[in-house]
Design a protein around this ligand. Structure first.
Ligand SMILES: [Mg+2]
Length: 236
């Protein structure tokens, strides 16, 4: 059963649970970064970008900026607590960038998402990402899939620097940044509360409920099992 959204000209998508298995983030990306934090700091702490991240982590974590062991422990503690703090996201992004560059990591995307994103882009739809993962992490993930470089399909990338994903104001900011009217934008996510916020901002909101992802169907928004069930724009 397909869902027709004729007014939509712009698709904004979540990643985790929506375009990408949650397991890729939880079981591949996070452990990859976690295992490499101490060695990465030891190798790169002399570089200005890494030094800046370490200083920010030291301040937040209340440890000496010169104590790399203590800073590593702060990062690992944040990972254990699933803390959404910028220095952690920044250091993870750099470690993942290395991993993708080495070919040790490849972004995972569901086949239907890859196929539809390409088709929508080819039909002139504007595509954007809104994810709690950093913009760098988003670009790396989509840039290295087995379906090729999907990052190039997206005109814009938004992370929580724009605002929390469950706040309507974040979606108003995204619409403004895209210079699009909210009613011409659809937001795709697995999380009902994020869709509530997008809908409150006037966007179309569609829940992607994938078997195997443990998605809890909210019942408040149209739901699809696959991107292939969504028809955006005027049907050809
Ligand atoms: Mg999600």
């Amino acid at each position: 059963m397909s869902l027709s959204l004729p007014r939509v000209t712009t698709v904004v998508t979540d990643i985790e649970g929506t375009t990408t298995p949650i397991a890729f983030v939880k079981d591949t990306l996070f452990p990859y970064a976690r295992a490499r934090i101490p060695a990465f700091l030891a190798a790169h702490a002399g570089e200005p970008v890494v030094a800046g991240i370490c200083t920010a982590a030291a301040v937040l974590g209340g440890v000496e900026a010169s104590d790399l062991g203590a800073i590593s422990a702060v990062f690992l503690g944040w990972m254990d607590a699933d803390a959404k703090v910028q220095p952690l996201k920044d250091i993870q992004g750099l470690i993942w960038r290395d991993g993708y560059a080495r070919g040790e990591l490849h972004g995972e995307v569901f086949p239907d998402a890859a196929i539809c994103l390409r088709a929508w882009s080819a039909r002139g739809m504007r595509l954007a990402v809104y994810s709690s993962g950093s913009v760098l992490a988003q670009k790396l993930l989509f840039g290295t899939t087995r379906f090729g470089d999907l990052a190039a399909l997206f005109g814009d990338f938004f992370d929580t620097g724009t605002g929390p994903k469950r706040a309507a104001d974040s979606y108003l900011k995204i619409a403004a940044a895209l210079r699009a009217r909210p009613e011409n934008i659809v937001f795709l996510s697995d999380i009902a509360e994020e869709l509530d916020a997008a809908a409150a901002a006037g966007m179309a909101a569609v829940q992607v409920v994938r078997p195997g992802e443990g998605t809890i169907a909210g019942g408040r928004h149209p739901a699809v099992g696959s991107f292939g069930d969504i028809v955006v724009g005027q049907a050809a």
